[in-house]
Design a protein around this ligand. Structure first.
Ligand SMILES: [Zn+2]
Ligand SMILES: [Zn+2]
Length: 254
């Protein structure tokens, strides 16, 4: 049974949550992961470092590309319409967000993952545009990369979001059909070819869950090529609406 999309809503903390939070705060006072100063409001990030984060205030509604003024479609989306329906990326990729992401991706820092998820949840709760999907699908890593790194950072970030907003997490709905060359070395056209057929939908899993509205989740959206291919794969399999949630958006490199 699929419920209609609802506006993003934060869960109210219970008295029990409050007790454990106070106890944890007393035993382990929060410290900024970036500078070591006292953390702000039980988060491992200080107010000064939090102020250095750059919000993605005005962007393309379709692909979240930062723009001088908000627009329904940017030039890139007009030239080639993405398969996803909307994108929500609350921050711009840059300092000091890159340091927290590096700690999560390569330093296996669960504390960094928690800070990033908290920032993301707060931004989503304030974002009028985002609506809750029926399922969150983290962008999959190829098995080889997964073995090297030990875990998929998109899945680790998706877990607290799914829990907070009470949305099903569907990490096995989409999988990598094959490994792809590193995207960063390729131009746009080669990048698209490199990704064609790179993802597969698990048809039996889709048949049992039948989500009408899926959110594709990734830590950083750079060119959007990977997310475009993932969205195309989900749409072709019959998912009606696919949105993209990325924590940070990088401006295009030309
Ligand atoms: Zn700090
Ligand atoms: Zn766009």
């Amino acid at each position: 049974m699929i419920s209609p999309p609802a506006p993003v809503n934060l869960k109210q903390p219970t008295e029990v949550d409050g007790f454990w939070q106070r106890l944890q705060f007393a035993l382990l006072p929060p410290h900024c992961l970036l500078c070591g100063a006292r953390g702000e409001s039980s988060r491992d990030l200080c107010a000064a470092c939090a102020a250095d984060l750059t919000p993605n205030r005005t962007s393309c509604a379709r692909c979240a590309l930062p723009l001088p003024t908000p627009a329904a479609l940017c030039g890139e989306c007009l030239r080639s319409e993405p398969a996803f329906d909307a994108a929500f990326a609350p921050y711009l990729y840059g300092h000091p967000l890159d340091l927290l992401l590096t700690k999560l991706k390569f330093g296996h820092s669960l504390a960094a993952g928690r800070v990033l998820a908290e920032l993301w949840i707060a931004a989503l709760a304030n974002g009028a545009r985002a609506t809750l999907p029926n399922a969150i699908v983290p962008v999959p890593l190829h098995a080889t990369r997964l073995r090297e790194r030990g875990y998929n950072q998109a899945l680790e970030l998706a877990k607290p979001l799914a829990r907070e907003f009470d949305v099903a997490l569907a990490p096995d709905l989409l999988c990598r059909a094959r490994a792809t060359a590193a995207q960063s070395d390729l131009d746009a056209a080669t990048r698209r070819r490199n990704l064609r057929g790179a993802f597969e939908v698990d048809a039996s899993r889709l048949a049992t869950t039948r989500p009408a509205h899926v959110v594709l989740l990734d830590d950083v959206m750079t060119t959007g090529a990977t997310l475009r291919e993932c969205a195309r794969t989900l749409k072709r399999a019959g998912v009606a609406r696919v949105d993209v949630w990325a924590l940070a958006r990088a401006p295009h490199r030309r």
